[in-house]
Design a protein around this ligand. Sequence first.
Ligand SMILES: Cc1ncc(COP(=O)(O)O)c(C=O)c1O
Length: 425
Amino acid sequence: MSIVLNPHVTTLKESSTLAINQKAMRLRQEGKKVYHFGFGQSPFEVPPSVQEALMQNTHHKQYLPTLGLPELREQICAFYKSNYGYSFSPESIIIGPGSKELIFQAVFVLEGALIIPAPSWVSYGPQAHLRGKQVVAVPTKRANGYKLTPEELDATCMNLISDKQKILILNNPNNPTGNVYTKKEVQELAKVCKFHNVVVISDEIYSLVNFSDEPIHSFMLEYPEGTIVTSGLSKGFSAGGYRLGFLATAKELSPLIDCLKAMISETFSAVSAPIQYASIKAFSLEDDVLKYVQSCTRIHKAVGKYMYKRFIDMGLNCVEPHGAFYLYPDFENFKEKLEKIGVTTSTQMCDMLLDKAGVAVLPSEDFYHSKYYLSCRVATVDYDGAHVYSESLKVDSLDEDFLKKHAPNIVDGCDAIEEFLKNLN
Ligand SMILES: Cc1ncc(COP(=O)(O)O)c(C=O)c1O
């Protein structure tokens, strides 16, 4: 018998972020020194009181309502009202097994082409392809911090003028660049979205990892009638493996919530009950959790800024990070030298970095850039989070000496890239 498979799925490859993680782990197991800057997982422990809450809730064995536990949805509303000023109501929040699945489901039910600023997170495009949806990647400029401008968005929408509806997905703070949109930038983009009837999926999974000078400003505050917010426990609360995310809209988008509710009831039914009960603690606004999250963000900031400075000093171009735990340096200044050793694409460059320098990073090709653009995504989390966290509480400054002592892979990995560049002729 020859099995016939859905062509939208057979053309899909394994997510490159998961693949690089496995490759780096394998090389490490074989005894090779690898600086693992490929996988973006928060290295810290889950806040202790959230772990405690999980242990106390293991007896919850019943299926929970499709939209999620009502107390949790109420708590998320309170958290977002207090921290960000959003006016969600519990009826328009959906709990899912990670925000990734909820983004997938939202893209699945919404009609219209998906606009993705390049660079953007690796999974948006493949998710849209699974639905056979048109993906429009809009190249952004390094000079603009790789942020989408209103002019770029407007021009893209004009090209899609015959589509009744368009979808923009925008991640802020940003993976892969570490940049954060200012209030003014969000306001200007929101105006264009309103004008062109663009539904915005505002991926705010890194909103607690913000070290810019401003609080995060969301499309939800400027354009609630057209905005879908997604976030969850994975990044700010360092609990990716708990698999809990949420999607929230204003009341105007209630038909979307009804549609998703039906879809969820026919697919994953509901998220694990103990995890939902424990998550109430994460969003509780209690001081211990908030302080813990702030201390983790302080470390993300120190490591991100350190690596950024090292990259600039060694001659790479890079946008300064203001949030999340990534950098997006490019090697364009070394293009000719790299060409001489047969490196013309970002994938070849990343293979070379892993082979010659032992540094695992992801090629910009996976982030919707041309394969000839010699850039890559660097995750800044290759250290023992529990150790660095406890040491960080003892000192005022998380300087280079601190990182050398407590996060040596960060410093040594930068040295290895610098050495690799010095050896290019
Ligand atoms: C930009 C971005 N969005 C969404 C996600 C999905 O997060 P989760 O499904 O763990 O909530 C990730 C995870 O890496 C991400 O980097």
